[in-house]
Write a protein that binds this ligand. Structure first.
Ligand SMILES: [Zn+2]
Length: 364
């Protein structure tokens, strides 16, 4: 059975394609991070190679080998986040690998795709973060998609279609992977995962409908702690001195070099915070995401004008776009922390704050 949760019509479509032998030579799975793109792609890889009539069964030998990551015909590449070398030149190369899919990675896949399947019916070439390919890598994959070898299926996984070449998109069957409505996700968490009601309610909201994030948060407290740090950062920053804000920017920059995804997640959490302030300000408090911070939200919303909130949401959106365009990250972060509207010191606790934020709030 498909392990993918939700995505009913997509699963019906893919099942039918596999059963009828009408699958495409390339798929583009598009959707926000942690929505289940990879799970869906692996499910499809199983379905293509499954020995059962009810593909993907998840229990036959090919399915098992794929799920265990041992199948010889499933090749995948992603951003390389291994190691943090100290040598500056090596570090620069490391940063490039952590933020971009490179031509040589695509060439390796291309070479593997020219050989016939070794143990299964279909070879699967999976490119995670396909929207982070360098221009040269994107042009290389374009050539591959123009003349696909038989019995090879390419699966590109991406968050942002605007970062992909139109010609690459047009050569793939596009599969939009949707976020799940909060009520449906809350039901799934409490019924299928037996999460306590309050926890199911909170996680379904703060996950922003991203099923993968929600399931991970149920198992792994560190995800929730991380999110608390991010939200409390958003709460504290407006009352920080400019010196403290720039220290914070430096920390963000260092973290971005090590792990760009975690900083993007931080900016997304800040955006949900500022959207919540907008909802409170416009009388729509029932729809806020951060339901565990309602008091802080009301207090901060009172101290800010609607215009200030709207402008800063715009600023956060621009920052995300600038990072995509490879603007120097430190400039993006400096500008972000500098332009947060200043308000008097927040009265709440700082227990969940990351080290960089503690004791840096304004004292007057
Ligand atoms: Zn199977």
């Amino acid at each position: 059975m498909w392990r993918t949760i939700g995505q009913k019509s997509t699963i019906e479509y893919l099942s039918r394609s596999v059963a009828e032998g009408s699958t495409h030579h390339a798929y583009l799975f598009l959707g926000p991070a942690h929505t289940g793109k990879r799970t869906l792609a692996i499910d499809l890889a199983c379905a293509l190679n499954c020995d059962s009539n009810e593909a993907p069964c998840g229990t036959c030998r090919p399915c098992n080998r794929i799920l265990e990551g041992k199948h010889a015909d499933i090749h995948d590449i992603t951003l390389d986040d291994s190691g943090t070398p100290e040598d500056t030149e090596v570090e620069e190369e490391g940063r490039r690998r952590r933020t971009r899919i490179l031509t040589e990675q695509i060439e390796d896949l291309q070479h593997a795709s020219t050989l016939p399947p070794y143990e299964g019916r279909f070879k699967v070439m999976m490119v995670e973060h396909a929207d982070r390919m360098t221009d040269a890598a994107a042009n290389r994959i374009l050539k591959v998609l123009e003349e696909p070898p038989p019995r090879v299926v390419w699966m590109l996984l991406a968050e942002n279609v605007d970062r992909l070449l139109e010609t690459v998109v047009s050569r793939c069957q596009r599969i939009d992977v949707q976020t799940m409505p909060a009520a449906q996700l809350e039901r799934h968490l409490s019924e299928a995962c037996t999460a306590p009601p309050e926890q199911a309610k909170l996680i379904s909201r703060i996950s922003l409908g991203r099923v993968g994030w929600a399931l991970q948060a149920l198992k792994d407290d560190s995800l929730l702690s991380e999110r608390i740090s991010q939200v409390e950062g958003a709460i504290q920053l407006p009352s920080m001195t400019y010196a403290a804000r720039f220290d914070f920017s430096r920390e963000l920059d260092a973290q971005y070099r090590r792990d760009p995804g975690s900083v993007r997640e931080t900016l997304e959490q800040w955006t949900t915070w500022w959207r919540d302030l907008m909802l409170v300000k416009t009388g729509c408090a029932d729809s806020v995401i951060n339901i565990d911070y309602v008091n802080d939200m009301n207090e901060q919303a009172q101290r800010l004008s609607l215009e200030q909130i709207r402008d800063y949401i715009w600023k956060l959106n621009e920052a995300a776009k600038d990072l995509d365009l490879n603007v120097i990250p430190r400039l993006v972060f400096d500008s972000l922390v500098y332009t947060i509207p200043r308000i008097a010191k927040h009265a709440g606790g700082t227990g969940g704050l990351p080290a960089v934020l503690r004791d840096r709030s304004e004292t007057k």
